[in-house]
Design a protein around this ligand. Structure first.
Ligand code: NDP
Length: 264
């Protein structure tokens, strides 16, 4: 664990005593978000799907006490309800949820079979959109009854720019943006604030194969920084949106893409 980088240092311990659930928290962006919150004094529950050993190793890197693991498939509506209740029990409440778990199957329309196409749409929407919608529902009902809370959804640049090789992924993230906006309006009167972060390419396992392959240099060159984001840079935007004083930014979608795609 490293609390010394700038992302982890900028919030002055301002999440002390906050209880945070991060889905897909045990690696990639989710681990960076979990670490950043823990560095700021929060207690974190990391939701993982299958690799307990990796999740336990990740948990051991978090600074501070009281952090925990929850195993669940976010695509399973029943498991989501159980997981939120488990998070509330383990953390003693729930102040912040980060919907980070996501998948991105490759299924270009020109070369996929109809079966592959259907499978990709089904699994991608179940994990990236319906799962977060169910988590938002269960978490928001608790937050509304307990003085409010924050929900941050991890979207993607692909929601705006299109995803020709992964159309279901782009659509799932566009749907997640719309969900974020609808819930921001519906829940603000109940002091539940909802926002999203839309990264471009990030240096994680999800993008590793592409970034190390023949297209890697072209991908990095999409940004004037000539690189992709580090997970900590996404975490920084998440912490801003979850911080006190950011309430009026509810409903917003923050781009973290190194100016590789500028939307109007
Ligand atoms: P990784 O592939 O590195 O990690 C994904 C995480 O999500 C893993 O912890 C995985 O758990 C978890 N997960 C996946 N499906 C489920 C499920 N059904 N139930 C529970 N957990 C699940 O991804 P990243 O860190 O790169 O991405 C995190 C988020 O950021 C995703 O939503 C992604 O779409 C988004 N994003 C990523 C970008 C990138 O370039 N990396 C760019 C833009 C957005 P397990 O290990 O158990 O499978």
């Amino acid at each position: 664990m490293d609390c010394s980088n700038s992302s982890n240092n900028s919030f002055n311990n301002s999440f002390k005593n906050n209880r945070v659930l991060v889905t897909g928290g045990s690696r990639g962006i989710g681990l960076a978000v979990s670490t950043a919150f823990a560095c700021q004094g929060a207690t974190v529950a990391m939701l993982f799907r299958q690799n307990r050993e990796a999740a336990e190793q990740a948990l051991a890197t978090l600074p501070g006490d009281g952090h925990s693991l929850i195993q669940a498939d976010v695509a399973d509506a029943g498991a989501v309800e159980t997981a939120i209740n488990e998070a509330i029990e383990k953390l003693g409440g729930l102040d912040i949820v980060v919907n980070n778990a996501g998948i991105g199957a490759y299924h270009p329309p020109q070369s996929s079979s109809y079966e592959q196409w259907q499978q990709a749409w089904q699994s991608t929407l179940a994990t990236n959109l319906v799962g977060p919608a169910n988590i938002c529902f269960c978490a928001a009902r608790h937050m509304m009854a307990h003085g409010g809370g924050r929900i941050i959804n991890i979207s993607s640049r692909g929601a705006f720019r299109g995803e020709p090789g992964k159309p279901a992924y782009g659509a799932s993230k566009a749907g997640l943006n719309s969900l974020t906006q609808s819930l921001a309006v519906a829940l603000a009167p109940h002091k539940v604030f909802v926002a999203a972060v839309a990264p471009g390419f990030v240096n994680t396992e999800l993008a590793a194969e592409l970034l190390s392959g023949p297209d890697g240099d072209a991908i990095r060159a999409q940004s004037p920084f000539n690189r992709v984001a580090e997970p900590q840079e996404v975490a920084h935007a998440v912490l801003f949106l979850a911080s006190k004083g950011a309430e009026f930014s509810t409903g917003t979608i923050i781009d973290v893409n190194g100016a590789s795609y500028l939307r109007s």
